[in-house]
Design a protein around this ligand. Structure first.
Ligand SMILES: [Zn+2]
Length: 332
């Protein structure tokens, strides 16, 4: 009976919770159920999803998408067999001072724990040994993210590696379920685990945002800042994949590929390009007026719509005017 209840709860977690890219529309809460002493789990109506995938143009060569955060896990990504939840590889545990306890359980095998992250792996993706081996690097990426963002993770996060067929769309490489303290990345067995690490780091950046600003703000964050800041927080490892030394340099590369430096609708050139242009804009804003003003701007978001934040109120300039300044900043 308990197992049946657990399966039901996990199904709800895996199928109905929104990920980070949703509209600001408050979801509808229904009856609650609970797992042990955990807070109640609320069934939520599926919020409208702002898709950030659009067809790439013919003119621009775009790398395969690094990630698209979209909707929650499909039903398939289910339920570990009994005992799998707590199975750990010998030697895989990484002792580090951090947040006590366990992260939220996820389908698959838990292969390692760091100070703040529980790491799970499913079937037909990287091997448990591979994932366990990179776990200390995930913790280091998190620490670097925290340093850039100036905020430390407050509660444990569970991160899972799954095969792409479990992703909600073929383009989806990563998802952060910030309300649930969970994140997942989707890779095939022989794909580049270095890229998977960067995606994992980006999803952890969303958790830092949610824990820094609170879920209420996170749900209505302007997508330019939501994804731009998460990508900015991910920082050097992301830039290194493109051989760029800074977000300004990356914006120049993108412009030189023939992509216009625009903040609205850059998704048509691929989600990675959009995220990178937005990260460059965030970098410009931080250089212009510092981190505190960026925090204010982030908190002023009214919905996922690009431009929903109060740019005029916080910076004394409209989004259009700031975009002009940003293009001048990117320069030649
Ligand atoms: Zn994201």
């Amino acid at each position: 009976m308990l197992r049946v209840l657990l399966r039901a709860c996990l199904l709800m977690i895996a199928t109905v919770f929104p990920c980070v890219i949703t509209t600001g529309t408050p979801p509808v809460a229904f009856a609650a159920t609970s797992v042990s002493s955990a807070p109640p789990l609320f069934l939520r109506a599926q919020p409208a999803v702002v898709t950030i995938r659009e067809p790439t143009t013919q003119a621009v060569q775009i790398q395969p998408a690094l990630l698209v955060d979209t909707v929650p896990l499909p039903i398939e990504a289910q339920i570990p067999p009994p005992g799998e939840m707590t199975a750990a590889l010998p030697g895989a545990m990484v002792p580090a001072p951090g947040i006590a306890g366990d992260g939220p359980p996820m389908p698959g095998t838990r292969v390692a724990q760091t100070g703040r992250i529980d790491v799970y792996v499913g079937l037909r993706t990287f091997t448990p040994e591979q994932v366990a081996a990179i776990t200390p690097r995930i913790e280091r990426l998190l620490r670097d993210n925290e340093e850039r963002f100036g905020f430390m993770l407050q509660s444990r996060v569970s991160l899972a590696f799954y095969r792409p067929s479990l992703a909600p769309s073929k383009d989806t490489r990563g998802i952060a379920y910030t309300e649930e303290g969970r994140a997942a990345v989707f890779y095939r067995p022989h794909e580049d685990i270095e890229r998977a690490l960067v995606v994992a780091s980006h999803e952890l950046a969303h958790h830092l945002q949610a824990q820094r600003y609170g879920e209420d703000i996170q749900k209505r964050a302007d997508i330019i800042l939501l994804e731009g800041l998460a990508t900015w927080i991910t920082g050097p490892p992301w830039l290194a994949m493109n051989g760029a030394e800074s977000w300004k340099a990356r914006a120049r590369q993108i412009r030189d590929m023939g992509v216009p430096l625009r903040l609205l609708q850059p998704q048509r050139y691929g989600s990675d390009i959009a995220y990178e242009l937005w990260a460059s804009f965030v970098d410009f804003l931080i250089e212009r007026d510092g981190m505190e003003k960026l925090h204010l701007l982030y908190a002023s978001g009214r919905s996922r719509e690009p431009g929903s934040s109060d740019y005029e109120g916080v910076y004394g300039a409209s989004l259009d005017e700031l975009a002009d300044e940003w293009r001048a900043w990117v320069g030649n």
